[in-house]
Design a protein around this ligand. Structure first.
Ligand SMILES: *Cc1c(COP(=O)(O)O)cnc(C)c1O
Length: 405
């Protein structure tokens, strides 16, 4: 095969490990909330690369940060520190409860660091018996073996041999189940402050408050996985800030890089001390290119007008979905917060979220699903009104076609 050979979707089946089943189209260009495929067909993007492209595609602040860092320094390793990493870490501490930052390259790695820190802290401070991690059914924390086992879908962690031990799952929003299972052996609770992959499920305020109290009572750490909810997605810089409950450890990734791979674990000085030299690490973690882009993203997303704009856009989405549903009633409810929204299908439409997604693509619109019953929307946090209106017109056409079939 020469370089001029046409790159087609069927090449995926020939040369890629088949753990994904990508759509037939191959996008080649993106600008703002629009994407173009190889045939120059245009799509509106309500998916945002799964809650990643928080400033849309090729936003000038990201492009400028990447280009200017690309001409200075790409990589050092953690044998040396670098200016973009230190600047970004400082800003993350300014925008959150955290005093210390560990950089990784993905959400799973940020969670892996969070879980290892929790276990190490418990061992140092209370002894090896304090090892139990409690997490929630339908939770998602990544695909490394530790994080996928903490995630609440056994189907994702089964079939790989012996699993990491001392991990339990209970239903989300079930405070009494949690109170029952917690003990002095509990090391940490890991949870999403709004379940994303699991179907866009918000915690009740009673539940999050109760989780914090139980952690304090049992000397257990509270880990918030904000990989999907973080960096402005829910209208606060981090979702915990809208819940009135502060975790001990927070993981962040996805929107942090706006499309450039980066993840981070945020925590306090008192906890961070337990990760002494040599206890953990990453070759690429804190890479100058990634940190320079993320710094530009954080500067932009943390602006009060951008965060306020997320709430305004949430209303645009809710209003438009309600109007579509008045004509073609397929949704039971729209749930979620900010621009992490899920339209749950009603009784008659159970199991058909993917049909909606495929019909939307036909009309030139990208949406996501969360499970088989929820159509998920995680667009750019700065998507403009014209793109939302046009995207919703396309969604209405897609749903009309399904509805009238
Ligand atoms: C996407 C996601 C992850 C995994 O992030 P990766 O970058 O794919 O490793 C972890 N937790 C949550 C809540 C996520 O949404």
């Amino acid at each position: 095969m020469t370089m001029e050979h046409k790159v087609e979707r069927k090449l995926f089946d020939e040369v890629m490990v088949p753990c994904y089943s990508p759509m037939q189209i191959i996008p080649v260009k993106g600008q703002g909330s629009r994407i173009w495929d190889q045939a120059d067909r245009e799509y509106i993007d309500f998916a945002g690369g799964i809650a990643v492209s928080c400033l849309g595609h090729c936003h000038p602040v990201m492009v400028n940060a990447l280009k200017s860092q690309a001409e200075k320094l790409w990589h050092l390793s953690n044998v040396m520190t670098n200016e973009p990493a230190l600047r970004l870490a400082k800003k993350l501490t300014e925008h959150s409860f955290a005093e210390k930052v560990f950089f990784a390259n993905s959400g799973a790695e940020a969670n892996e660091a969070a879980l290892k820190l929790a276990r190490r802290y418990a061992v140092d401070k209370f002894g090896p018996e304090k090892s139990e991690i409690i997490a929630f059914n339908q939770g998602f924390h990544g695909r490394t073996f530790f994080t996928v086992t903490v995630g609440g879908q056994a189907a994702y962690s089964d079939g790989f041999g012996p699993k990491p031990q001392a991990i339990s799952h209970i239903p989300y929003n079930d405070l009494s189940a949690l109170a029952e299972i917690m003990s002095d052996r509990t090391c940490a609770i890991m949870m999403e402050p709004l379940q994303g992959e699991g179907g866009i499920i918000s915690p009740t305020s009673e539940f999050v408050q109760g989780v914090r109290e139980l952690c304090d009572k049992h000397n257990a750490l509270l880990i918030f996985d904000e990989v999907q909810t973080g960096n402005g997605r829910t209208g606060n810089f981090y979702a915990y800030q809208g819940l009135g409950v502060t975790p001990d450890i927070l993981s962040t990734a996805k929107s942090l890089g706006g499309g450039f791979p980066i993840g981070a674990m945020l925590t306090t000085t008192a906890l961070a001390e337990h990760m002494k030299v040599g206890t953990h690490g990453s070759t690429y973690g804190g890479n100058p290119l990634a940190c320079a882009v993320a710094e530009a993203v954080v500067d932009e997303v943390s602006k009060p007008e951008v965060l306020a704009g997320v709430k305004e856009r949430e209303q645009w989405f809710r209003d438009a979905l309600e109007q579509i549903n008045a004509k073609y009633p397929i949704f039971a409810e729209v749930r979620g917060k900010g621009l992490l929204l899920g339209a749950a299908l009603n009784e008659e439409w159970q199991g058909r979220a993917r049909d909606v997604l495929l019909a939307a693509v036909e009309e030139g619109l990208m949406v996501l699903v969360a499970g088989t019953n929820v159509v998920r929307f995680t667009p750019s946090l700065v998507i403009d009104k014209a793109d939302v209106d046009e995207g919703m017109a396309r969604l209405e056409r897609a749903i009309a076609k399904l509805y009238n079939k």
